[in-house]
Design a protein around this ligand. Sequence first.
Ligand code: PLP
Length: 428
Amino acid sequence: MSGDYGFDTLQVHAGARPDPATGARQVPIYQTTAYVFRDADHAAALFNLQEVGYIYSRLTNPTVAALQERVATLEGGAGAVCCSSGHAAQIMALFPLMGPGCNVVVSTRLYGGSVTQFSQTIRRFGWEARFVDIDDAGAINAAIDAQTRAIFCESIANPGGHIADLDALARLANAAGLPLIVDNTSATPYLCRPIEHGATLVVHSMTKYLTGNGTVTGGCVVDSGRFDWSASDKFPSLSAPEPAYHGLKFHETFGPLAFTFHGIAVGLRDLGMTLNPQAAHYTLMGIETLSLRMARHCENAVKVATWLEKHPAVARVTYAGLPSSPCHDRLARICPKGAGGLFTFALKGGYEACVRFVDALNLFSHVANLGDTRSLVIHSASTTHRQLTPEQQTAAGAGPEVVRLSIGIEDADDLIADLEQALAVATA
Ligand SMILES: *Cc1c(COP(=O)(O)O)cnc(C)c1O
């Protein structure tokens, strides 16, 4: 669908058209594993990637394809690959770039599960993650060597709310001949469009704001289509002959869609981290109201954060939407429509007060999730960031005295009243 339409139009229409078979207006859930080939020649052409079409739902499915086109359009990318979770998306993003002995330079300010995935699990593949302060260009450059294949950060970091200077990072990555990968989960393309700032790949946990109501797990990798994979010999999966496809070269053959085709034809085919059509349908429905929800999430978060910052039991609030935030001056450039619905605050009473506070809340749900229409709370140090060392917790903005809030779309006054009574219990 044409990029001439505005965001609110595209979030409803991109990727979707009335079903050619039935005229169904909403995107049908194509609950099928396989697709009938016209004849043997058609089947052969599909398997050789000479013709694009549907073979088997581990690779492609029309409901999932509609969602891929919608997310790619909203991010301003050339193509997208959906997969079964945000964590799957991170592996799918790295898989074509990395090989044994390769490394990725990553921000210390990441979702706790990502810190664990990068610091522990990817080592089993022979990959290494080098953690750096993503605001420190000197540290990033020092970490990059001949085996580096990407730089990875979050646009608005979960949970600390830190906003990455994507323009500066893209310049740095470009100078080193590396792709910049941005996890845009907390911001969504409504608040931030990393590709416009020079990012090569954008990854999402669609589990969060894109679906928006806590119903599915899903992930997505969007490719800008702008990276020259053949400029060096660092990315042979995309630039060199692929033995599993009779020596086909993805970049030479598919140009700006090389990464997307590789993600489907090799990544999903062989890693199998596929999104199911039912989940894709829920996410398509969620995205239809993305801008409306994000605007309310932001409006409520500013009200709640402003109120919390003045509360005597609160040591600090880290929300880029507050003028007190060190990231506030990046907001207009990186996230012009707001800082999102996610932030943390520190209680003067430390760990014990945090635990009492979380238990005393009524309207906020204590869950390991974010980006729901409902307001959610979690004490990261005892849950999502529990596997991290105290140093990693603090670097990620999730120290023992810190509580994370995901502000929903309820009445802000009701949320503040709930926080007020829980803070009274926590400090009694
Ligand atoms: C939740 C989350 C992930 C992981 O996504 P899943 O869908 O839970 O696998 C990755 N990055 C960020 C920023 C997240 O919030």
